[in-house]
Design a binder for this molecule. Structure first.
Ligand SMILES: Nc1nc2c(c(=O)[nH]1)N[C@H]1C(S)=C(S)[C@@H](COP(=O)(O)OP(=O)(O)OC[C@H]3O[C@@H](n4cnc5c(=O)[nH]c(N)nc54)[C@H](O)[C@@H]3O)O[C@H]1N2
Ligand SMILES: Nc1nc2c(c(=O)[nH]1)N[C@H]1C(S)=C(S)[C@@H](COP(=O)(O)OP(=O)(O)OC[C@H]3O[C@@H](n4cnc5c(=O)[nH]c(N)nc54)[C@H](O)[C@@H]3O)O[C@H]1N2
Ligand SMILES: [Mo]
Length: 770
């Protein structure tokens, strides 16, 4: 029988456990020796940008500037395994639909272009030219508004730029991206509060900061190289205050696998000095509590004639809207703040005092803030908290959204967006002599709605696993197969390739880690990291197959087959030499990308201009804005945990990259033997009359009459706030209603889903719930 109690992970994040897992990953993927040598080039100035996370790449890298997650992602891409034509001869699509996410990708790298054959229900090899020709014919036959061009966040700046141009020349702004499911709440909130859509800190700020607030980001798994900055900060004795419903290993302690001394002595650094297990969806309440405590302390200081607690000079010179926040904080009772945050007034006041004692504070955050109905408000609240003490736009301080995919921030910078006002349409019109579409395009949720109502007819994806990543799996999958055309540019087989349209293609591409040989020689690409720095990247591994094409070449092939000839664009010349694409990018965005080719190998990257970091506020009123929160619970559309209603938040394990599942374990959380689990508080298990290890069926509590359920999850006792449970993404996505998304940003609210559980197979009629 499988163990049900999580085994405590005996090691700190990093450390020997990490080294062993790296070696195992390489062996398991049959990575040729040449491929494993690649690791030493990861994230180096003249090396290759890791395909895992987007964390900053330092100017003076460590000898091994990679982490366990990066090594796993590398092994997964340069694997010796192949998903070739022979594989598709043996398996029908119908059969493959029964395979797990892990099984599908574990077959190996795709090696040949494939077209779905209706008669045999198989993908069969096809040559590139006929693939492009048919896709071009299909796209030309459709109204441009009915085609969608999705972009996952891994493609380079050069490929992303070509892709947005393809969509706009075709005639639509339907450019949803993974950011729509991720940090879009950040991209909506920060322009209102501080006038930039991205974070303001750089690595140098971590060296100078004297306090770090850490909200809803699992650094040990999802951006482990950042542990170096956190460890250094702890060595200097600065407090790190963490808000997270789960006690995450990587946020508790870390041993540096790159430090021989630490590996020999087993020394480790405690990362968080304060760990507050906030209720899922309770961050706005917690932060309002911190603001309330700061305002009270400031009132007391004024009364005593002591130094102010709020940065009054900064507030007067730079900000607007303080009164509404102060009124809101004063007017809210501590009992409501405690009820919604799940935290005590005492703890919040103590943490507020630590915050007030620091003069340079960084606020870090991830999906724990953004993926809620009020995800935008959560980010605004963090901005409020920082602004109260002038913690934006000075060295050692700032706001730090930790981005997901390795170039997700960069693809936005070069025009991947469904919002026409964010794209330089006039410049594109001038540069390429066409009239770009001006209407709003579809984001991720709207794309799903369009597929459901039949108005979307074609879906082209530059990477990703869209149907698996979005909410409402069952409804969305059923609608997807009614599409006319699906085209997937991909490295590995996944479920989105199997839930396909009437005409369907899989186009296999090179990964960033591979040598990219074109007519003009070996090519390099570039990416933007989480701190707004651009880096060059040159692949070194042997391509996984001779037929593979670069994403740039595939986009060019699609463009030439679909669009009329444009004398101002020579797609082939761009593909022959990517430096010419960079020249075009520099012409479109001179402020950010001037002298792009000369600057792309700058150690540590070159930074895009960031007015907020200089205390210039590009907001409509020219000031940094406080924005008072509306309601305390970040998910007012979901029932609060009560009775048998629980609040589910979905997370990633340390053995996955989004829908890519490397294996079934979650070592850091001590969860072994499968991902079909619910992490649940001991008190909730007994309150509901269940036992640890029980199998349960889960149903979502929604009011729309649609039954949403996931069967057969195992209860694992875990230290999580009462009423809250954690489950894995993407297995739990069938429970998420498409309509349960953030207001304003439309990010699916994956961190708060009201559910009920029942003993498995109890013959429950799920349709009666809701
Ligand atoms: N190895 C690896 N690296 C990755 C990825 C991966 O899958 N694997 N994915 C990449 C991508 S695309 C992204 S977006 C990032 C995601 O990185 P994260 O932002 O870390 O995302 P999650 O794993 O979803 O976990 C979010 C954290 O928020 C906590 N949390 C959940 N609900 C709440 C809440 O209401 N409040 C607070 N304060 N905390 C909460 C969870 O316990 C968890 O620790 O990582 C990127 N890097
Ligand atoms: N419930 C729940 N749902 C979520 C989330 C959550 O926390 N909870 N997180 C959301 C977030 S933050 C994100 S970013 C999305 C992720 O959504 P996506 O970005 O769409 O999904 P991935 O799993 O990253 O995509 C994996 C696939 O990308 C392809 N791929 C890998 N490398 C390359 C490459 O170099 N080029 C190309 N062309 N293809 C490549 C492979 O075929 C692989 O199968 O999921 C979202 N969904
Ligand atoms: Mo993401």
């Amino acid at each position: 029988m499988k163990s049900t109690t999580p085994e405590p992970y005996p090691h700190p994040a990093g450390g020997w456990g990490s080294v062993k897992k790296v070696a195992t990953a390489l062996l398991h993927e049959h990575v040729p020796f040449e491929g494993s040598k690649l690791l030493i080039h990861l994230n180096k100035t003249d090396g290759v940008a890791c395909v895992s996370c987007a964390w900053a790449k330092p100017a003076n890298p460590h000898p091994f500037e990679f982490c366990e997650s990066g090594a796993k992602a590398t092994a997964w891409e340069v694997t010796g395994k192949r998903c070739d034509a022979g594989f598709f001869e043996q398996h029908t699509v119908g059969e493959l639909l029964g395979w797990s996410d892990h099984q599908l990708e574990a077959v190996g790298r795709l090696t040949t272009p494939l077209r779905w054959d209706a008669a045999s229900d198989r993908y069969v090899p096809v040559d590139w030219d006929s693939a492009f020709a048919e896709i071009g014919r299909e796209l030309k036959a459709l109204a441009p508004q009915s085609a969608v061009f999705y972009c996952s966040g891994r493609a380079s700046l050069e490929a992303s730029y070509m892709y947005q141009l393809l969509a706009r020349l075709y005639g639509c702004n339907n450019l949803p991206d993974s950011s729509n499911m991720c940090h879009e709440s950040t991209s909506v909130a920060l322009p209102k509060t501080i006038g930039v859509p991205i974070g303001t800190v750089s690595l140098a700020d971590f060296e100078q900061t004297d306090c770090i607030l850490f909200f809803g980001q699992n650094v040990g798994t999802n951006s482990p190289r950042m542990l170096h900055q956190l460890q250094e900060a702890r060595r200097r004795g600065i407090p790190i205050i963490t808000f997270n419903p789960l006690r995450e290993t990587g946020l508790l302690h870390f041993a540096n696998p790159q430090s021989p001394a630490e590996m020999l002595t087993g020394a480790e650094t405690a990362i968080s000095t304060h760990y507050l297990q906030v209720r899922a969806g309770g961050d706005s309440a917690a932060m309002l509590g911190l603001c309330k405590a700061l305002i009270a302390a400031d009132d007391a200081a004024i009364a005593l004639g002591a130094p102010r607690v709020l940065d009054a000079d900064f507030i007067a010179e730079h900000t607007a809207g303080l009164e509404s926040l102060v009124d809101r904080a004063r007017g809210e009772s501590w009992s409501e703040i405690e009820r919604h945050s799940g935290l005590s007034r005492r703890d919040l006041e103590q943490v507020a005092a630590v915050y007030a004692g620091a003069s340079k504070v960084i606020g870090v955050f991830g999906m724990g803030l953004t993926q809620h109905r009020l995800g935008v408000q959560n980010v605004e609240m963090l901005s409020n908290l920082l602004l109260l003490r002038g913690n934006i736009g000075k060295p050692g301080a700032g706001i730090c959204p930790v981005r997901g995919h390795s170039n997700v921030q960069g693809q936005r910078t070069v025009g991947i967006t469904e919002k026409p006002e964010l794209a330089p349409l006039d410049q594109l019109a001038k540069q390429y002599g066409f009239e770009p579409p001006r209407g709003k395009g579809l984001n991720t949720v709207e794309t799903c709605e369009g597929v459901l109502d039949g108005s979307v007819r074609a879906f082209v994806a530059l990477g990703g696993n869209f149907v698996r990543a979005v909410p409402d799996t069952v409804r969305v999958e059923a609608a997807w197969s009614r599409l006319r055309l699906t085209v997937q540019v991909a490295t590995k087989l996944n479920r989105s390739h199997l839930v396909h349209g009437a005409v369907s293609y899989i186009l296999p591409c090179l990964g960033r880690l591979e040598v990219d040989q074109q007519a003009g020689g070996e090519q390099a690409v570039s990416v933007e990291d989480s701190t707004g720095h651009m880096h060059g990247s040159k692949g070194r591994a042997q391509p996984a197959g001779e037929l593979l094409r670069s994403e740039h070449a595939i986009i060019a092939g699609l463009a030439k087959a679909t669009l009329p000839v444009n004398p101002k664009i020579d797609w082939d010349a761009w593909v022959a030499d990517y430096a010419t694409i960079r020249d075009a990018i520099a012409e479109t965005y001179p402020e950010i990308f001037h002298d792009f080719n000369a600057r792309m190998w700058t150690p540590g990257g070159f930074r895009r201009p960031l007015p907020a970091a200089e205390r210039q506020w590009k907001t409509p009123n020219g000031r940094a804005n406080f924005i008072a929160p509306t309601v305390l619970d970040a998910d007012p559309d979901q029932l609060l945990p009560r009775g048998d209603v629980l609040r589910l938040f979905t997370v990633r394990s340390d053995s996955q990259f989004n829908t890519t599942i490397y294996n079934e374990n979650d070592t850091f959380r001590g969860v072994h033997g499968g991902r079909r689990v619910l992490l649940i508080n001991a008190a909730d298990i007994s309150r509901l009359g269940m036992r640890e290890g029980d199998l349960v069926d889960v149903s979502a509590v929604t009011g729309d009459g649609v039954a949403r359920s996931v069967a057969g999850l195992r209860l694992v006792r875990y230290e999580v706030p009462a009423g809250c449970v954690a489950g894995y993404f993407p297995e739990c996505n069938p429970l998420m209603a498409l309509e349960h998304h953030a207001l304003e940003s439309m990010v699916p609210a994956a961190k708060s889903i009201a559910i009920r559980i029942r003993p498995a197979g109890g013959g429950v009629n799920w349709r009666t719930y809701g």
